[in-house]
Design a protein around this ligand. Structure first.
Ligand code: BG6
Length: 293
């Protein structure tokens, strides 16, 4: 299917009626719906679906840089590029494809990209929707350069929540985090679970492989499972920052929370010929199930 600007989006469906959309612009997941047709990812009503910037919402891919501490544009260039369908996808384990609806995309640097970041890579992304509605992004980055390079990476997931003040994040207790609102100072999380009453912009380091985002009002929980992605970014712009973002509604911070699977604190070093894999999985369960997880 095409979006408003004629850019191809791939529509994935499962037999139960869940669906996901993946745009070739940025390799960005732009929608993920459950079997009842309910959208699970946040997209701003002011989002701009036009290159060269990433659309505000869904799951943009941040690569080869996270944030603005590097020579590149904020969050790197991958989210601003046109990806292609991968005609020659890798053989992934059966569990990653059996019964799933999936698409394989690829990004290679252009001549222009090489001027800013002189490293030749192949970035293969598989987005799959399982029969139970789970959404999985498997990223494989290969160095086909003559010399090593470093990168950081994030799957920047904008989760749709009913009211940010009623949301709790579990799984980050007692972890260290780098606070982007305090000159990247390092703190240790003290509380029980993370709740929200003002702007948050943090990178939790060395987190466990599972994090839960509990939406009390909707009585449902997003479960994030990840491999190769030790860090978790938690971001909500709150009131003031929302007003400063042209592609974000003033009140929309109440309906979203970004929780990323990332590798930021210790960037990846890839030697020539080496490949890195990161896996980011999202599922939704009724909140009462969570104590059993
Ligand atoms: C978050 C960063 O992950 O992304 C924030 O931690 C940033 O600092 C936010 O503001 C949004 O970034 P952008 O470039 O998509 O506006």
């Amino acid at each position: 299917v095409k979006d408003f600007n004629g850019i191809d989006q791939v529509l994935l469906r499962n037999p139960q009626g869940a669906s996901a959309r993946v745009s070739l612009h940025g390799g960005q997941v732009t929608s993920w719906r459950n079997a009842h047709g309910e959208e699970l990812l946040f997209t701003s009503t002011k989002a701009i679906f036009k290159p060269p910037k990433a659309m505000r919402g869904g799951i943009p891919i941040c690569f080869p840089q996270f944030g603005n501490c590097g020579a590149l544009e904020q969050h790197g260039f991958a989210r601003n590029k046109l990806w292609k369908i991968d005609e020659n996808p890798p053989h992934l384990p059966l569990s990653d494809s059996q019964g799933n609806s999936f698409v394989d995309l690829i990004l290679k640097p252009s001549e222009e990209d090489l001027k800013f970041w002189p490293h030749i890579f192949e970035f293969r992304l598989r987005v799959s929707l399982a029969t139970d509605g789970r959404l999985t992004l498997i990223s494989r980055i290969r160095n086909i350069n003559g010399k090593p390079f470093n990168f950081s990476f994030a799957c920047h997931a904008y989760l749709s929540v009913s009211d940010i003040s009623e949301v709790r994040v579990e799984g980050l207790e007692t972890l260290d985090y780098i606070d982007n609102l305090f000159q990247k100072e390092r703190f240790t999380e003290q509380g029980d679970a993370l709740t929200f009453e003002s702007e948050v912009d943090r990178v939790y380091v060395s987190s466990p492989s599972m994090v839960a985002v509990i939406d009390h009002e909707k009585k449902r929980t997003f479960v994030i499972r990840k491999e190769g992605l030790p860090d978790v970014v938690v971001w909500n712009p709150w009131e003031k920052k929302s007003k400063a973002m042209p592609d974000f509604g003033d009140e929309e911070y109440k309906q979203m929370l970004c929780v990323d699977g990332a590798i930021i604190e210790k960037p990846v070093t890839l030697k020539p010929g080496e490949e890195w894999t990161g896996r980011f999985e999202l599922s939704v369960v009724p909140s009462s199930f969570c104590s059993d997880l």
